[in-house]
Ligand binder design. Structure first.
Ligand code: PNS
Length: 161
């Protein structure tokens, strides 16, 4: 039976660290669903459609991948799409506490869904969407930190502000 995993996140916006994790996940799982989560409590820079478009564009060369926007409880979505695992990235020890707590809560909600932690390449360990938005907002270059399509949209977004 094919193994299917969900890689959830805000992806506001997608970074090269996320992309690295997508590629690593596809080496482990037969199919990957990148789930762009709508979080009503968080104000996003990009709309969900923009975030999905950027992921679609950056993953055009990859097979066995689907990108879906969803709102609600993650484990319900994972079960609905017939996946058995949630993929999350751990860049540094500082990520661990939050991720560990979420993984155990998700397990409490649904025991049959496993969380799998992957490490992005160390070259991306300091990259976060939050810092990308911050430096791009000040006009600093994000070349090499995000896919070219994301860089273009960041430039456009901040030019219009
Ligand atoms: O990229 P992020 O913002 O760190 O991703 C966090 C995300 C989207 C994975 C998390 O907030 C989530 O799963 N949200 C969906 C709602 C949910 O299931 N919450 C309970 C998590 S234990």
């Amino acid at each position: 039976m094919a193994t299917r995993a969900v890689y959830p996140g805000s992806f506001d916006p997608l970074t090269n660290g996320h992309l690295d994790l997508i590629e690593r996940s596809l080496r482990i799982f037969d199919e990957l669903i990148v789930a762009v989560v709508i979080n009503p409590a968080k104000t996003a820079l990009f709309t969900d459609a923009e975030r999905m478009d950027m992921i679609r564009e950056a993953t055009r060369g990859l097979r066995h991948i689907d990108i879906i926007v969803f709102e609600g409880l993650l484990v319900d979505f994972v079960a609905k799409v017939g996946a058995g695992a949630i993929v999350r990235g751990i860049r540094a020890v500082s990520d661990f506490e939050y991720e560990f707590q979420m993984a155990l809560m998700n397990r409490k909600l649904r025991e049959d869904i496993e969380t799998v932690f992957l490490m992005p390449h160390e070259a991306y360990s300091y990259i976060s969407s939050r810092l990308i938005k911050e430096i791009a907002g000040y006009g600093a270059t994000v070349t090499g930190l995000v896919p070219p399509g994301v860089e273009k949209r960041l430039t456009e977004k901040f030019r219009r502000r």
